[in-house]
Design a protein around this ligand. Structure first.
Ligand SMILES: O=c1ccn([C@@H]2O[C@H](COP(=O)(O)O)[C@@H](O)[C@H]2O)c(=O)[nH]1
Length: 243
């Protein structure tokens, strides 16, 4: 993925719009004009609906629709077909939905995009959420595998199902980058600069460490969006990423 490796810092940062209203979302977008990729997650999509996607496109923004779909194949397919019609750039599904669901979802996303005459989204398989620790995986979720092995299995499942990439913690990025096909895009939340709080994230690295580990894109929210001055926080992050 030569192109991805050569992206500039601002093109590698995806900022989540984890706010409750369209007004709050657009205020943030207009306050941070340097951000090129915005992530619309469950809170905002459920509260505002798809109109916000149109407004982001109107502002020439790229869109990561992070719905983390997880259901039976038929339902996943319907949701992916509908989401792809909006012309979003990235769309997430949980890899743990299984191969049948992932393959059906991928085909449906392509159909939806073709129907709407827009490019298909890059379908990303969420591996293991970045708030889950080894302890939680073993004792709450009762998964009898090491965390890295479990994440690797989910990433391989996403790849074998024809997805275009994965969402993973930066702590597993190095292993996954070495193991997966170079065509797979690695998107990493759970990224925290040394000057920010960890919040509810468990498996974190700093932005520079995450890029060095092989992440193509970094999702960084609260260190920017909850800062007293989001513009200054964004600039500081971009400075942190300069070689
Ligand atoms: O494993 C995952 C998958 C998705 N996310 C999402 O990324 C952002 C992270 O926000 P921060 O404020 O930087 O913690 C958020 O929208 C999550 O839904 C994730 O954190 N981990």
């Amino acid at each position: 993925m030569g192109d991805l490796d050569n992206l500039q810092a601002a093109d590698r940062l995806i900022v989540p719009l984890d706010v409750a209203t369209e007004t709050a979302a657009l205020a943030l977008v207009d306050r941070l004009p340097q951000v090129r990729i915005w992530k619309v997650g469950l809170e905002l999509f459920v509260s505002s609906g798809p109109e916000l996607l149109r407004l982001l496109k109107q502002r020439q923004k790229r869109i990561f629709l992070d719905l983390k779909l997880h259901d039976i194949p038929n339902t996943m397919a319907g949701a992916c077909r509908a989401a792809a019609r909006y012309g979003v750039d990235f769309l997430t599904v949980h890899a743990s939905a299984g191969k049948a669901a992932l393959m059906t979802a991928r085909a449906a996303a392509q159909e939806g995009a073709a129907e709407a005459e827009v490019p298909p989204p890059r379908l990303l398989g969420v591996t293991l959420l970045t708030n889950i620790s080894s302890r939680t995986l073993a004792f709450e979720l009762k998964v009898p595998l090491e965390l890295t092995d479990y994440t690797l299995q989910l990433a391989l499942l996403a790849q074998d199902s024809g997805l275009g990439g994965i969402v993973c913690s930066p702590q597993e990025a190095d292993l996954l980058r070495r193991t997966l096909s170079p065509a797979m895009t690695l998107v990493c939340p759970g990224v925290r600069p040394a000057w920010a709080q960890q919040d509810d994230q468990q498996r974190v690295l700093t932005p520079a460490q995450a890029l060095a580990a092989g992440a193509h894109y970094l999702v960084i929210g609260r260190p920017i969006t909850a800062a007293a001055a989001p513009e200054a926080a964004f600039q500081r992050l971009c400075q942190d990423l300069l070689p």
